[in-house]
Design a binder for this molecule. Structure first.
Ligand SMILES: [Zn+2]
Length: 192
């Protein structure tokens, strides 16, 4: 999970999120799964906010840091909207996410690491195993921080075999690249 700096909140959310959230909470009283991306000037909200979100991650998934080559861009509610409807239109809760990472369950524990949190640093929590391509909890981290790393790896399935192989492959390319631009690579945290 590559560290991110939260982009500026889009005007549309500044203007409308309060109204939409109140509407959602009201509707949820009778329809527990009610949610939709409102249409604004003919364009659905998820399409409107996708652009600044992808700008923030340089077109990477916010969780695995892969590109969206074989995956549609989805928008992930970091704290699930099923449990936190009050955060359904909250800018800080929204991330661009690949289809694989989106498959996580709707369970949520505060252990989960958030890539745009000010105090989040990849190296504090994770360690790269360049032999296997895996990322593992940093063995030198505090026990509570290791637990957070472990939970985050599990929730987003970050050590799926395809991802381990991908990290190893791209790292090789990166090391041979004479003038690498890190944003041209997936798994940027692995390119050190
Ligand atoms: Zn992903």
């Amino acid at each position: 999970m590559y560290k991110l700096k939260r982009a500026k909140k889009p005007d549309i959310l500044q203007e409308k999120s309060k109204e939409w959230t109140e509407h959602l909470i009201e509707k949820r009283k009778t329809e527990p799964f009610y949610f939709y991306w409102h249409i604004h000037e003919g364009k659905p909200l998820n399409h409107i906010i996708q652009e600044p979100l992808l700008e923030m991650t340089r077109s990477h998934c916010a969780f695995c840091d892969g590109f969206f080559e074989q995956s549609p861009v989805t928008i992930e509610h970091f704290k699930p909207k099923s449990i936190f409807p009050e955060l359904a239109y909250e800018w800080n809760n929204l991330f661009p996410c690949c289809y694989t990472c989106q498959q996580k369950s709707d369970d949520y524990k505060d252990l989960l690491l958030k890539p745009d949190e000010l105090e989040y640093e990849y190296e504090k929590y994770f360690y790269n195993d360049y032999v296997t391509g895996e990322i593992v909890p940093n063995p030198k981290a505090l026990v509570k921080d290791m637990a957070r790393a472990e939970y985050t790896i599990k929730v987003y399935n970050l050590i799926a075999e395809g991802r381990n192989q991908g990290r190893k492959r791209y790292k090789k390319h990166f090391d041979r690249d004479i003038k690498p631009d890190i944003d041209d690579y997936p798994y940027r945290y692995f390119m050190k």
